[in-house]
Each structure stands twice: as C-alpha cells, then as structure tokens.
Design a binder for this molecule. Structure first.
Ligand SMILES: Nc1ncnc2c1ncn2[C@@H]1O[C@H](COP(=O)(O)OP(=O)(O)O)[C@@H](O)[C@H]1O
Ligand SMILES: [Mg+2]
Length: 470
C-alpha cells in the first residue's frame, strides 16, 4: 500500500532524477577541474623541458649529478622545485639527472620513445610510481632528423590529487545529503499536493445512491484537483437528476394510472353485479373505454416525454407556412367545447415560414388551444396572433380565462402539474400537455413563455426559429 502510493513514487522519482543530475553534474565538474589542473602542470613541464634542452646547457647535459643540479638551479630557478629531470641519449641511456631522480626513476616507455623518435613531445600520467601520480613530459631533441637526446621532466601530482580528493570528498558528502534533504522535502511537497485527493476520497466515500445530494468540497476550483472535484460534482448532479427523474417518473405513473384503474375496477364490478340489459352493458363498456383511452393517452404522452428527454426525439423537418397551418388548427379548435360559445380568432400579421415537424408543432399548439378553451369560461375569448420577431416566428395564444396564480406559474411546465387537481380530472387533462409543448418547442430550437394574471387570462407565447432560405 505504502510503496504503491503516488506520494512514495513521486518522492522516489524526485530522488532518482536528482541523483542522476547530481552525479552527472559532479562528474562533469570533476573532469573539467582535473583537466584544467593537469594542463597547468603540462605548461610548466614544457617550459622546464625547453629550458633544459636549450643549446646553452649542452655541455652540462652530460655532467655529473651535483653539477647538473647546480646548473639547473642557476638556470631554471624556482620553477625547478618538485621536479625530476633526466636527460638521455638517443638510445635511451641516461646521461644526466637531477638528484631528486634518485628517489624516482622516470620510466621511458615504448610509446613515448617511439613518439620521441618521430620528434613528438609526449605527456603521460604515471600512477604507480610513488604515493601520488606523476606527470611526465618526454621531450625529444633532434639533430638532422635523428633523435639526439631526450629530456624527461616529471612532477608529482600531489597537489592535484589532493585537490581532487577533496572535491570527491565534498561530493561524497553533499550528494547523499542533498538527496536526503530533497527526498524529505519531496515527501512533504507530495503530501501537500495530494492532501486534497485524500479529502476527496474521504468525502466521496460518503456518497451512495441514497445520498446523491452530497457534494465534494472544492477548495480551489482553478487547480487540477479542484477541476477534478468539480467534474465529479457535475457528474453527481446529472446522476442525481436522473435518479430523481426515474423516481418521480415511477411515482407519477403509478399515481396517475391508479385513479382510472380504480374507477375501471369499481364500475366493472358494479356492472357485473347489477347490469342485466344490453343497454346497461353498453353504458358500462362506454364508460370503461373512456378510462382506457385516458390511460393510453397518459402512457403515450409519458413515452413521448421519456423518448424526448433521452434525446431520441426524431423530427421530420419540412418547410411549413405557419399561417396556413395555424388557421386550420384554430378552425378545428372551435370544435373542442362548442357549447361554451367562445369567440376564437386567428390573426396572421404576415406570412411566416419555418422549418419544423408539423405533427409535433400541431401538438404544441393544440395543447395550448385546448388549455385556453378549457380554462376559459363561457362567453370568453381566445385569440391566436402570429408575427415574427428577431429571427423568430412568434405565436401568441391569448385567453380571457381564469389565469394562473404566480406561485404555480413556474411549475405548470412540469409533468403532471395541475393548478386545480380536482377540477382537471373532470376535464380529462392529465398535466402532461405543457411538458410536451415545451419539449417539442425546444426540440425545434425555440422556447415557450407564459404571462398570466388571475381573473384576467393568460398569454402563452411560442418562439420558433424562422426559416431563412439560403
Ligand atoms: N390557458 C390557461 N389558463 C389557465 N390555466 C392554465 C392554462 N394553461 C394551463 N393552465 C394550468 O396549467 C396546468 C398544466 O397544463 P397542462 O400541462 O396542459 O395540463 P392539463 O391541461 O392536462 O391539466 C393546468 O392544469 C392548468 O392549471
Ligand atoms: Mg392541457
């Protein structure tokens, strides 16, 4: 668990990355430093070798040690200190050497001698001559294309070695130390960065299907984790809505179907017990059919609604002249409750063309007209007005009916919502008409609005996008 945590692996990655960087960096520094230090020595070795090889010293290059040392000291001075000098003839036989060489013989290796024969200077670092490595120069002196003499100068790299040892020591201490500090810091940083994740985990655990209203706390909505929590909350929101819809749907369906079923059962039982004459049975069937029709209507409407809400509503779009279609529909609406003697009028201010599915739009306007007629008492007035406004066709269905209380106004588009439950059952409405009207309007890219005043009447306005022939 611990080793699999993001915190652990983040820290590990920090540490490994830093270790690689530090090792590369320090090796680089080490190499540069060593190179630079050796170069300084090489330059000095060359100066000394050139001095020893100068023609002035010719007679002394075969002198005995004590004389040679004296000459070197006079001639080269302080630069000689710590240096071993030896001179050889062309065959590699030592002809003169400084006293210091007694403690250390500079080897004359095969590659150096080969290069010397070609007249090339050779620098070498000899590691196993003494306590510290020795840097040597092998300097050939040519005479008419032939190797006449060889000057070798060596110097201990003690100083360089010591400096480099110190540098290595510093690295050896500081690299593990900074790795340790870095890991500790990384561990804390990772912990800090991941703290909100733990919070989210804890609060997500509290969420169950029964408790979908619970939301994650979003400490900082701008950062990555805040966005994650926000996204999760949005998902929860949608889930909750879906759950609520499903719950309400089943509650609504059972509630709405129970009433007609109760009536159906009651009437059938009474009929079966008491009816004798064919007319009585006919009356029973007629009344049953009414309830059955009502139930079919409800189920039909509910199916349409769920289909539309799932996005499965398919519109058969065609170009429609709204004025013609509406005129016809208004004509038909006069048949809804003719006994009321309502004055139903239609005014089209201009011919209006839209793209739409008339089967659905017909339902929209029929529902509005049906409501207008149903909720307006005898002698009232219903008028339908068509014009266009800001790229939209505008249809207003105006009635002089009962009006809708402002508390109910925001709910009338909800499923099964009815202002006066008792009265509407008698009228045959089931509270789905406006839900359908709104859904179909919105499916057409339009919207539906309502203004109403109790006692004066209501205005339902439908906006549908105009058809602009390209
Ligand atoms: N024109 C109107 N005048 C008064 N009330 C209305 C009007 N249209 C709708 N309503 C109210 O809105 C409710 C919902 O309407 P609707 O969805 O068509 O259901 P239904 O007509 O089946 O009751 C109605 O029950 C009614 O109370
Ligand atoms: Mg209705």
């Amino acid at each position: 668990m611990f080793f699999r945590s993001i915190r652990f692996s983040l820290t590990l990655w920090y540490a490994v990355t830093l270790a690689v960087i530090l090792v590369l960096f320090s090796s680089f520094i080490f190499l540069i430093l060593r190179n630079q230090l050796t170069k300084d020595f090489d330059r000095e070795l060359l100066t000394v070798a050139e001095a020893v090889a100068s023609p002035t010293l010719e007679p002394f290059r075969r002198a005995g040690p004590s004389v040679f040392d004296q000459v070197l000291e006079d001639f080269i001075g302080t630069r000689l200190s710590g240096k071993y000098v030896q001179v050889m003839d062309g065959s590699g036989r030592v002809t003169a050497s400084s006293k210091s060489v007694e403690e250390l013989r500079i080897p004359y290796g095969s590659s150096a001698s080969r290069r010397a024969a070609e007249g090339k200077v050779t620098y070498e670092t000899k590691v196993n001559l003494g306590l510290y490595p020795v840097r040597t120069i092998t300097y050939p002196m040519m005479d008419g294309g032939r190797l006449a003499q060889v000057v070798q100068v060596g110097t201990s790299l003690k100083g360089v070695a010591e400096t480099l040892e110190k540098v290595i020591l510093v690295f050896a201490v500081s690299i593990p130390l900074s790795l340790l500090l870095w890991s500790v810091g990384g561990w804390f940083l990772a912990g800090r960065a991941l703290k909100p994740v733990d919070l989210i985990t804890r609060s997500a655990r509290k969420i169950t299907a029964e408790n979908l209203s619970h939301r994650l706390e979003v400490a900082n909505p701008q950062d990555e984790i805040g966005r994650l929590a926000q996204t999760f909350n949005d998902t929860l929101e949608r889930l909750e809505n879906a759950f609520t819809r499903v719950r309400r749907f089943s509650a609504d369906v059972s509630h709405e179907l129970r009433t007609p079923l109760t009536i159906l059962r009651g009437e059938t039982e009474v009929g079966l017990r008491w009816a004798r004459e064919p007319d009585e049975f006919r009356e029973l069937f007629r009344s049953n059919l009414e309830e059955i029709n009502r139930m079919s209507q409800i189920i039909e409407a509910l199916l349409e609604l769920s289909r539309a809400e799932e996005g499965g509503l398919r519109l058969e779009l065609a170009e429609l002249d709204l004025d013609g279609h509406l005129a016809e529909l208004v004509q038909q609406s006069r048949l809804i409750e003719p006994e009321k003697g309502l004055r139903i009028t239609f005014t089209a201010h201009e011919p209006v063309a839209i793209r739409g599915d008339w089967l659905r739009l017909r339902q929209v306007f029929m529902n509005l007209l049906d409501n207008a007629v149903k909720y307006t008492s005898a002698g009232g007035e219903v008028s339908v007005v068509l014009d266009s406004c800001n790229g939209y066709a505008r249809v207003m269905v105006v009635d002089s009916g009962s009006g809708i209380p402002s508390d109910d106004l925001s709910h009338i588009f909800e499923r099964f919502y009815r202002v006066d439950k008792a009265r509407n059952r008698a009228d045959g409405g089931c509270g789905l008409g406006l839900s359908l009207a709104r859904l179909f309007t919105e499916a057409h890219g339009g919207r539906i609005e309502v203004v109403s005043e109790v006692g004066k009447g209501s205005v339902f306005t439908v906006y549908l996008p105009l058809h602009t022939s390209a």
